[in-house]
Write a protein that binds this ligand. Structure first.
Ligand SMILES: Cc1cc2nc3c(=O)[nH]c(=O)nc-3n(C[C@H](O)[C@H](O)[C@H](O)COP(=O)(O)OP(=O)(O)OC[C@H]3O[C@@H](n4cnc5c(N)ncnc54)[C@H](O)[C@@H]3O)c2cc1C
Length: 325
């Protein structure tokens, strides 16, 4: 079984979670005694192809102005080309909106088995096994593949970033013959959503708020935001806070939100439900601020502050302002 990994990119910049998947694919390939290769699709993609080769992977590229922006139909066509060229029997993507749609399309086109939104991959008895969390995270299901092609999309931050290796990966350009007229998706306009916010999945530090802000949600999330600003952090939230309308869904961390793996995760007024822990439990350092000393989040936290978040958050912000200038 050889493994092909799609490297998602935006404007010539790779989406970092793809490197996590590539690193894992290389680890699995080593266990299977085979190889992992990367596929970079786009227009000006030389830098990303070099980056992929830097990880020691055999890299396939498909470059054309018609591939500059993601469109499912032409991207799926070049993935199929790369599957044929590499002879891969497993295809992996990150489980972003694009990665998820590409994985599903390829699985359909090739009659492959698919594990969508996998949280882990491993080899057992010479077989690839994907883990998916089901029933609100209460059960972790192992998925095996009976098909000749195994496809999986993997939740960002499920694996650590691989170390940049000694390089030495080869780069092979695939011939691209795309007829723009036959591509059914047309991009008529493109507007980047430049919110100025730090991206939650890429953030090294996250400050999150939960239903604990309920006494004054506006003030509570303003305090969360102020601490996040001082730390250069992204703002996260629990589902209870999102459902209550305190903050938009894009900030939700957890099973039905984003999976994150920052160096520091500060949880203010979050109880630590299993579905929240499913999204942030792998953070390096967790600091919990909660009035209730018995809140389950303290079992997972590296440091705990038992107090009112409306007092603790501004105190932390002031102290960090002084120390960080
Ligand atoms: C299918 C499914 C999927 C789900 N997906 C997600 C998900 O993706 N993410 C997610 O987060 N949840 C998810 N949930 C919901 C989850 O089960 C919990 O309900 C939710 O995480 C609780 O959010 P919370 O901790 O903010 O609220 P609560 O559980 O109500 O906790 C609030 C905490 O704040 C503390 N508090 C109150 N006032 C203060 C104060 N002034 N200062 C300090 N502490 C205070 C309380 O002691 C309490 O511990 C999901 C549930 C289901 C069924």
């Amino acid at each position: 079984m050889t493994i092909l990994v799609w490297i998602e990119q935006n404007n010539g910049e790779a989406v970092s979670s793809c490197w996590e998947v590539l690193g894992k694919a290389q680890e699995l390939a080593a266990q299977l005694g085979t190889s992992a290769s990367a596929l970079v699709v786009g227009d000006a993609i030389d830098v990303i192809a070099q980056e992929a080769a830097g990880y020691g992977a055999a890299v396939y590229t498909a470059s054309s102005p018609a591939l500059a922006r993601y469109r499912l139909q032409p991207y799926a066509a070049v993935v199929e080309q790369a599957l044929d060229a590499s002879g891969a029997t497993a295809f992996l993507t990150n489980a972003t909106l694009r990665g998820g749609s590409l994985a599903a399309t390829i699985a359909c086109a090739r009659g492959g088995g698919i594990a969508a939104n996998a949280s882990d991959l491993r080899v057992d008895g010479g077989q690839l096994i994907a883990t998916r969390s089901i029933y609100s995270g209460n059960i972790l299901a192992d998925i095996t593949f009976n098909s000749s092609l195994a496809v999986a999309s993997v939740r960002p931050r499920s694996f650590s970033m691989p170390a940049t290796g000694a390089g030495g990966g080869s780069i092979q350009a695939l011939p691209v013959a795309l007829d723009e007229a036959s591509i059914r998706e047309k991009i008529t306009d493109f507007r980047a959503a430049d919110t100025g916010e730090v991206s939650l999945t890429d953030a090294k530090i996250i400050v999150s708020g939960g239903r604990g802000v309920a006494a004054d949600p506006e003030k509570g999330f303003a305090l969360v935001g102020e601490l996040a600003d001082v730390l250069g952090a992204a703002m996260g939230a629990s589902r209870a806070a999102v459902d209550a309308g305190y903050i938009p869904y894009k900030h939700q961390v957890g099973q039905t939100g984003k999976t994150v793996k920052p160096d520091l995760y500060i949880a203010a007024g979050i109880s630590g439900a299993i579905q929240h822990l499913a999204g942030m439990g792998n953070s390096k350092v967790i600091v919990a601020i909660n009035k209730d000393p018995d809140a389950p989040i303290f079992a997972k936290a590296s440091f705990g502050i038992v107090d009112d978040l409306f007092t603790v958050l501004p105190a932390l912000t002031e102290e960090f302002k002084k120390r960080l200038g």
